[in-house]
Design a protein around this ligand. Structure first.
Ligand code: HAM
Length: 516
């Protein structure tokens, strides 16, 4: 017999239990209601996408893409995959001693199966796969012709090449669990030709995202976002302000208080590259005052240095050139107008010149909302403008702006502010005794539930004392008591739990009696 094993949720993922799940429902319903008043419609998106979608849009040099995606190759070539892994394992310590008969046989079999899968259309006939198979054919000939006198170095080098070729074989499409959803919205916008729809396309979504981050309070590997995107022809700053207004209205309706909105402009394709070069040059001058992460980012993504929370780097960063002083005329005007638009809506904000955001697709407007009580992971919402992303992903010229709110963090912030509890109402608990009372209890439960009441019906017979005790512990508004007398009379004894008053109520009057 196999030993029993206890399972636990894996690192960085968690269950959302009642009563907290009720708060999640309230938040999600509030989002749906609020976004609808701004003309947004919900889009359902897949959790899995082609990895390249994220590489192209978020950028290869971002933390999210380079370190945090859950990625795997999706195919149904299990045998070929198994043979490939076996061969790689055999080639790795190669050559030990002797003639590589095992490798010759293994490679031979692998090539027969691979060619068969290509014939049957199961393995893609890509140029890469054709090259890989041709190379492996050459390696096979080499190994087949090898003898005890073949030099070990030569064997080792061909074995290394064969290993690389096997690894490069594309068995299927490489997919990732989505780390965010803007890229998916843009993919869907292009795929379904939504640019032909009248007016701006305004979509919202909610659901799980996945990033392999170091878990801590407010940071999970499976976390949830509620986000919205506007795609269309205009980049008027009024759209930016409306999107910001909408998310603020939403979180305020949820009951969040004490939050702060930060805004910035990170320029466009005209002005940002020049600023980035200037920043890189200045950072190079102070390189030895920076830690290893920031030093690396001078080359890969200098803007991200501005995001650094490392204490010793703060003074250095404060003296760096600021993007606001290097925006082109059009970007400066856009940012000025955005601030006027926020002022018009009486939205308080702070300009934070270091707010660059961690994803490559942004241009011009960026914004973030922080909430109290969350410790270091205090950003509940992040967003910005991404004009040009639709074109980058093969669509028509389109402007875009949006945000995503971290639902886990919003819930945490609400709980910290004492707004966490949502009581699950229980209208009636049915306390019954006797074989004849059970059918009446079943009938009453069905009728009351049909009338919209929440009803708890125990199926094991219990003494009244015990079942009434349970009714109290479950916070039921009423206990419906059914014994032989009630069955005979066709009426229940109804106990109001708040003051213990009891009344006799005819079975068909129960729905009306229980109504609050
Ligand atoms: P983001 O800043 O990467 O932006 O994420 C948005 C929000 O998701 C964050 O402010 C945070 O509240 C939450 N979040 C991110 N990572 C985690 C995590 N590991 N655990 C818990 N919460 C997390 C985006 O994702 C963009 N797609 C936003 C956007 C939409 N920009 C334009 N449109």
């Amino acid at each position: 017999m196999t030993e029993a094993r206890k399972f636990q949720a894996i690192k960085g993922v968690r269950d959302i239990l009642p009563p907290e799940s009720a708060l999640w429902n309230v938040v999600e319903t509030t989002a749906r209601e609020t976004f609808a008043t701004y003309g947004f419609a919900e889009i359902g998106l897949p959790v899995l996408e082609d990895s390249q979608l994220f590489v192209r849009s978020i950028g290869l040099n971002t933390e999210v893409v380079s370190k945090e995606m859950f990625t795997f190759e999706d195919h149904d070539l299990a045998l070929l995959d198994f043979m490939r892994n076996e061969l790689i394992a055999q080639l790795r310590p190669f050559p030990s001693i002797g003639v590589p008969e095992q490798i010759v046989a293994g490679l031979n079999r692998f090539l027969v199966v691979a060619k068969g899968e290509i014939e049957h259309g199961n393995l893609a006939r890509t140029p890469m796969n054709a090259t890989v198979l041709a190379r492996l054919e050459g390696d096979l000939n080499f190994f087949a012709g090898a003898s005890y006198s073949t030099k070990a170095d030569e064997l080792r080098s061909v074995a290394g090449e064969a290993q690389e070729s096997l690894e490069a074989l594309q068995l299927g499409i490489v997919v990732s669990l989505r780390p965010e959803a803007t890229a998916s919205v843009v993919r869907a916008y292009i795929e379904h030709g939504m640019h032909t729809q009248p007016g701006d396309v305004k979509l919202y979504y909610m659901g799980p995202m996945f990033r392999r981050e170091r878990p801590q309070k407010g940071r999970y590997r499976q976390f949830y976002q509620i986000g919205a995107e506007v795609l269309g022809q205009s980049d008027h700053p009024g759209i930016d302000a409306d999107v910001i207004e909408m998310v603020l209205v939403f979180i305020e309706r949820c009951g969040l208080i004490g939050h702060t909105l930060y805004i910035n402009s990170i320029g466009c394709r005209e002005c940002r590259p020049k600023y980035v070069e200037l920043l890189r040059a200045e950072l190079t001058k102070v390189k030895d005052q920076l830690g290893p992460d920031s030093q690396r980012r001078i080359e890969t993504n200098p803007l991200r240095v501005l995001d650094s929370k490392v204490e010793s780097e703060q003074a250095v960063i404060e003296n760096l050139p600021r993007i606001g002083d290097h925006l082109c005329e059009a970007c400066r005007e856009h940012f000025k107008m955005l601030q006027a638009m926020l002022f018009m809506r009486q939205i308080a904000y702070e300009v934070n010149w270091r707010l660059v955001r961690g994803l490559d697709y942004y241009m011009r407007t960026t914004f973030e909302i922080t909430a109290p009580g969350l410790g270091s992971q205090n950003a509940v919402c992040g967003g910005g403008r991404y004009d040009g992303l639709v074109e980058l992903l093969g669509g028509p010229p389109t402007k875009g702006i949006g945000f995503a709110l971290g639902t886990d963090r919003l819930i945490l912030a609400l709980q910290e502010a004492g707004k966490g509890a949502v009581a699950q109402p229980l209208d009636a608990y049915i306390a019954w005794m006797g074989a004849n009372a059970y059918p009446m209890a079943v009938r009453i439960a069905h009728a009351l539930r049909g009338a919209g009441c929440s009803v708890e019906l125990p199926h094991e017979e219990m003494k009244f004392k015990k079942s009434l005790g349970l009714a109290a512990r479950l916070n039921a508004r009423f206990a419906i008591i059914l014994g032989d007398n009630e069955v005979a009379a066709g009426a229940a004894t109804v106990k109001r739990m708040s003051d213990s008053t009891q009344s006799t109520v005819a079975e068909k009057e129960l729905g009306a009696y229980l109504r609050p």
